[in-house]
Ligand binder design. Structure first.
Ligand SMILES: [Zn+2]
Length: 136
């Protein structure tokens, strides 16, 4: 990854995961540059197809571009940080991220954003008053 592109992606993301909104400073491992549409699905390495993702989100997302909404059972596209607006699809209910749409619910489930371990981390940060930041 070109250093200038890497920096642009991190700056554009406000240095937080573009899926779960975890800020990089509270995470020990360096966030990864995610191909929103994986290269195996002909996704490019252009900035328009790149997003900043924490290790957990990136690991669970893998090359997937769609998943199943756990409420309706329908197949839907995953949240795309480049074309979808985060607050239209997600909202916080305490430490749990809640999907406001089928896309939001499918993304939360596939990326396991509400796993117990990750929820505990968020709870600690919320108690410290440093999470969540301004959601956009
Ligand atoms: Zn994440």
């Amino acid at each position: 990854m070109d250093a200038a592109v890497d920096k642009m992606v991190r700056d554009r993301a406000l240095n937080r995961c573009e899926y779960c909104h975890m800020p990089q400073p509270f995470y020990s491992e360096r966030f990864q540059i995610d191909h929103v549409v994986a290269r195996q699905h002909s996704g490019t390495s252009e900035a328009i197809n790149l997003a900043l993702a924490c290790i957990d989100c990136n690991l669970h997302k893998g090359p997937n571009i769609s998943s199943v909404d756990p409420v309706t059972g329908t197949r839907v596209d995953l949240f795309n940080p480049r074309s979808d607006i985060w607050v239209e699809h997600f909202e916080w209910a305490g430490v749990q991220l809640v999907g406001r749409t089928a896309m939001g619910r499918a993304t939360i489930r596939l990326l396991q954003i509400n796993s117990p371990r990750r929820s505990v981390v968020r709870e600690t940060l919320m108690e410290e008053g440093v999470f969540p930041l301004d959601d956009r």
